[in-house]
Structure formats: structure tokens, C-alpha cells
Design a protein around this ligand. Structure first.
Ligand SMILES: Nc1nc2c(ncn2[C@@H]2O[C@H](COP(=O)(O)OP(=O)(O)OP(=O)(O)O)[C@@H](O)[C@H]2O)c(=O)[nH]1
Length: 198
């Protein structure tokens, strides 16, 4: 666990095996491990600085476990998140059903949380189009209906991964949540300065 100050909490949700851990690995460590699959237990945290305009924000990224037995735990991790990256596997239609479950849940329980839909493993589709199980236009229609953003990514090739997190950070930077946070910090700083002068 990092003691670094976090500006924006980002949570990854989605069915097991869709590639949430691989997404974080690719984004944070620029690597893809194709070794044996290891399911996440509980959740994993990483803090990652990201440049937006002339500012550097720190994203606090929570990678949750996708297995349904951890569902109650995942709820703990999305509380207070400003962004949720809800993942589905482009080659597995059941993972898109699970995505809809999480999108509905977020809309009911965490209204201030912006939703990013992420279709994973696009390299597999590029190698063989016949294995695609979730149509791009269907996903796009659903994203529009839910006021969510849609990205198709590959953690193997790195496609669209930086773009996804950049969009998350930029949206946060432009949000009222960021403005309120900045104002609060400035007030806090002024008060502390005042305190030292007297
Ligand atoms: N070809 C390809 N395989 C991927 C990609 N992303 C993940 N995988 C593979 O899919 C499997 C599952 O990936 P994980 O990242 O562990 O999945 P997860 O969603 O974190 O799984 P849980 O921790 O159980 O929730 C692993 O064998 C990965 O190597 C990708 O972009 N392309």
C-alpha cells in the first residue's frame, strides 16, 4: 500500500479473466505477462502519476477480483471512486452481461462515478475476426445509453491503454470534483500559512 497522496480514485470492475490485472500491468509497468493465469484475490492497489496539461495528478487504481464470490468486496472498492473502468472480454459475450450488472450497480449506488467501458483482448480479434462475441456498435449503443465512454484495448500490444487512462485523468481534471478539491487544498494551505505567521 502506498502512502502517496491520491487525487482520483479509479476502480476496475468486470468478470474474472477479462484482463483487469493485465490492463493495470500494461499501463503501470509497460509489460504483458502471458504466463499462467492467476486470479486476483480481494483487490490490488497501485498509485500512478499522470500528466494532464501543466499538472501531474496521481491516480489511485484499485484492481478488484472478478470472481463472483468477491462481489461484496468489490462494492467496498468502488465507494468514492471518481471513475470506474468496467471491463469485458471482446471474445466472451457472458462478460458483457456481467459488465451490464456493474454499470447498473454503479448508476444506482455511485452516481458521481464516471463509467468507462473497456473491451479487452483486441489483439485476439485482430488475429481472427470470427472470435469476436461483442459487436462494437452494440457496445457503443449501450455506452451512449449509459453515458459511458467506450475503449477497445489490448494489454498484449498496448493498444488504447494510455489513451484510456489519459481520458480518465482529463475528465477528472475538468470535473467539478477536481475544482472543489483544488479549492479545498488552497484554503487549507492559506489557513496553515496564516497559522504559522501568528
Ligand atoms: N491475448 C490477450 N490476452 C490477454 C489480454 N489481457 C489479458 N489476457 C489474458 O487473459 C487472462 C486473464 O487476465 P487477468 O488480467 O489475470 O484477468 P483479470 O480480469 O484480472 O482476472 P481476475 O483477477 O480473476 O478478476 C490471462 O491469461 C491474460 O494473459 C490481452 O489484451 N490480450
Amino acid at each position: 500500500m502506498s502512502s502517496q497522496r491520491v487525487d482520483a480514485k479509479v476502480v476496475l470492475l468486470g468478470k474474472e479473466y477479462v484482463g483487469k490485472t493485465s490492463l493495470v500491468e500494461r499501463y503501470v509497468h509497460k509489460r504483458f505477462q502471458s504466463g499462467p493465469y492467476q486470479n486476483t484475490i480481494g483487490a490490488a492497489f497501485v498509485a500512478k502519476p499522470i500528466q494532464v496539461g501543466d499538472k501531474v495528478l496521481t491516480l489511485g487504481i484499485w484492481d478488484t477480483a472478478g470472481a463472483e464470490r468477491y462481489e461484496a468486496m468489490s462494492r467496498i472498492y468502488y465507494r468514492g471512486a471518481c471513475a470506474a473502468i468496467v471491463c469485458y472480454d471482446l471474445t466472451d459475450s457472458s462478460s458483457f452481461v456481467r459488465l451490464k450488472f456493474w454499470v447498473k450497480e454503479l448508476q444506482n449506488c455511485e452516481q458521481q462515478c464516471k463509467i468507462y467501458m473497456c473491451g479487452t483482448k483486441s489483439d485476439l480479434i485482430e488475429a481472427d475476426r470470427s472470435i469476436r462475441q461483442v459487436d462494437y456498435h452494440d457496445a457503443q449503443d449501450y455506452a451512449e445509453e449509459m453515458k459511458a465512454e467506450l475503449f477497445e484495448t489490448s494489454s498484449k500490444t498496448g493498444r488504447n491503454i494510455d489513451e484510456l487512462f489519459q481520458k480518465v485523468a482529463e475528465d477528472f481534471y475538468n470535473s467539478t470534483a477536481f475544482q472543489v478539491m483544488t479549492e479545498e487544498r488552497e484554503t487549507d494551505l492559506r489557513q496553515r500559512k496564516g497559522c504559522c505567521h501568528h
